[in-house]
Ligand binder design. Structure first.
Ligand code: FMN
Length: 192
């Protein structure tokens, strides 16, 4: 559905999460280039309170084992948790809390979540399929440990990234997601 003539606004309005992605992925270099569209995220005092961890290949087995350990799941020998294998590339989004007298943790987490949203949009606009996923075990000690998180960090989940058929992408971008009624999102201060 076309909402805007402006390509940036149109990309924002038409982005869709893609739950089933193909095996091609952006290279590390492409992701690094796309970060130029992400790092301008609003950031009080420019604390840069976020970072990304790229999980590829066997990293996903390690993640699956950590998720299993956290959930108390035991599997038969040779059986793996296939959840992290739903994409060839997972981008873990980490919110960092930097001690600062004027910027509380929640503001820094808002910046990190903003970065994740911008990255999701940048990847979509670059032609990739993306879905942000979490789970009840996202910040379990076992899962945090395999990502090397410090105690000042929190995992906001993983962007699952892969390719999508151009025709499917075109269909997603043009046929779905009617604009929501803006009324519930807009208001004024209550005054007596
Ligand atoms: C922080 C966060 C965590 C999410 N975790 C999951 C998840 O674990 N599983 C899931 O199906 N969707 C999850 N979602 C929602 C999807 O990423 C997606 O936004 C939703 O399916 C709606 O699709 P849309 O983005 O095309 O509107 C999460 C979204 C956010 C922002």
């Amino acid at each position: 559905m076309k909402h805007f003539d402006d390509p940036v606004l149109q990309a924002m309005a038409s982005r869709r999460s893609v739950s089933k992605v193909g095996p091609s992925t952006p290279s590390d270099e492409e992701i690094a280039r796309l970060l130029a569209a992400v790092t301008p995220v609003a950031d009080h005092k420019a604390l840069r309170p976020w970072r990304l961890i790229l999980l590829r290949g066997d990293d996903r087995r390690v993640l699956g084992e950590a998720l299993d350990a956290a959930a108390g799941v035991e599997r038969e020998p040779g059986e793996v948790n296939d959840k992290p294998f739903r994409a060839e590339l997972l981008i873990a989004v980490v919110a960092r809390h930097v001690a600062h007298p004027k910027v509380p943790a929640w503001e820094q987490h808002a910046t990190a979540a903003g970065a994740a949203h911008l990255l999701e949009l940048a990847l979509w606009q670059a032609g990739w399929g993306v879905m942000w996923r979490t789970g009840l075990q996202t910040n379990a000690p076992e899962v945090r440990a395999v990502h090397g998180l410090t105690e000042d960090e929190m995992l906001l989940g993983w962007l699952y990234v892969g390719d999508i058929e151009p025709a499917f992408r075109e269909r997603l971008a043009t046929t779905s997601k009617p604009a929501l009624d803006p009324a519930p999102f807009l208001g004024r201060m209550p005054r007596g």
